[in-house]
Design a protein around this ligand. Structure first.
Ligand code: NAI
Length: 286
């Protein structure tokens, strides 16, 4: 049978999660999606009304099918963790079972198992503030939403990921080099995510025969990136300075993810794979 993938962090057709879903679907995988609860309504409505149909087209001309969309908030592991103000929040009302543990349980109930887990989500409420001006709460929120969310997803999904399965997250070069403007503890969160990729590759590899890799992606004009405010500058910088002087398409990241999730990459785990037109390799801009 074909592989089944759960992709956490899709709420429109502009981000890396959508592109990864498409590449996996093109390779024959069944697609399940986890969408941030406050964004779920508009995403499902847009899907239903055909707003994404043009970007659902796969190379063979067929449309990508999303078998099921689950509400998810990866900042909460189980119902006991959800504070009162979120429980009673209008944007969460009407949805249930959206903590990480519950989503994993629902996927198990609905499908039994998966083969591929993708983490394509991040959030840093103070991302536009320099680290020096970031509050403790802002910093911890960035780490919670952008780093621990992967630990948590892997923790609760690992028991239902078939041996030989693969997990992928998305990281950014700001973890290891200074990228002014990527603030709020987001650079710290990506450093944690990359370090955790190694430790989790060991733990999940030994315990579950699952691979854990992360893609360090170049700049893309996604919804999240536009919110940071410097995305056009980063795209221009890359065009000027990267070894490959072309705009990076989300599809290129999607295709790398499909490779990493496939048996072609069966010996690759614990790796940071750069999909950035080579920009990471430059020492100075020329
Ligand atoms: P995006 O806006 O398409 O994806 C981010 C998703 O995270 C959104 O769908 C949002 O609803 C979701 N999200 C936020 N908080 C959540 C939570 N608590 N629970 C569940 N979902 C939550 O933007 P993009 O840029 O495609 O981001 C995907 C990943 O790619 C992120 O990890 C990002 O840091 C990474 N990345 C993006 C780059 C870029 O230039 N766009 C460059 C390198 C990495």
């Amino acid at each position: 049978r074909g592989k089944r993938a759960f992709i956490a962090g899709i709420a429109d057709d502009n981000g890396y999660g959508w592109a990864i879903a498409k590449s996996l679907a093109a390779a024959g995988a069944e697609i399940l999606v986890g969408t941030w609860v406050p964004a779920l309504n508009i995403f499902e409505t847009s899907l239903r009304r055909g707003k994404f149909d043009e970007s659902r087209v796969l190379p063979d001309g067929s449309l990508m099918e999303i078998t099921k969309v689950y509400p998810l908030d990866a900042v909460y592991d189980c119902p006991e963790d959800v504070p009162e103000d979120i429980k009673t929040n209008k944007r969460y009302a009407g949805n249930t079972k959206w903590t990480v543990k519950e989503v994993a349980e629902s996927v198990k109930e609905d499908f039994g198992s998966i083969d591929i887990l993708v983490h394509s989500l991040a959030n840093g409420p103070e991302v536009s503030k320099p680290l020096l001006e970031t509050s403790r709460n802002g910093y911890l929120a960035a780490i919670s939403a952008s780093s621990y969310s992967f630990v948590s997803l892997l923790k609760y999904f690992a028991p239902i990921i078939n041996p030989g399965g693969a997990t992928i997250s998305l990281t950014y070069i700001a973890s290891e080099k200074i990228i002014p403007g990527y603030g709020g503890g987001m650079s710290s969160a990506k450093a944690a995510l990359e370090s955790d990729t190694q430790v989790l590759a060991f733990e999940a590899g030994r315990k579950h025969k699952i691979r854990v890799n992360t893609i360090s992606a170049g700049p893309l004009r996604s919804r999240a990136a536009k919110a940071i405010g410097f995305i056009d500058m980063m795209i221009d910088y890359s065009l000027e300075n990267a070894p490959l002087q072309k705009e990076l398409s989300a599809e290129e990241v999607g295709n790398a993810a499909a490779f990493l999730a496939s048996p072609l990459a069966s010996a690759i785990t614990g790796a940071v794979v750069y999909v950035d037109n080579g920009l990471n390799a430059m020492g100075v801009g020329v």
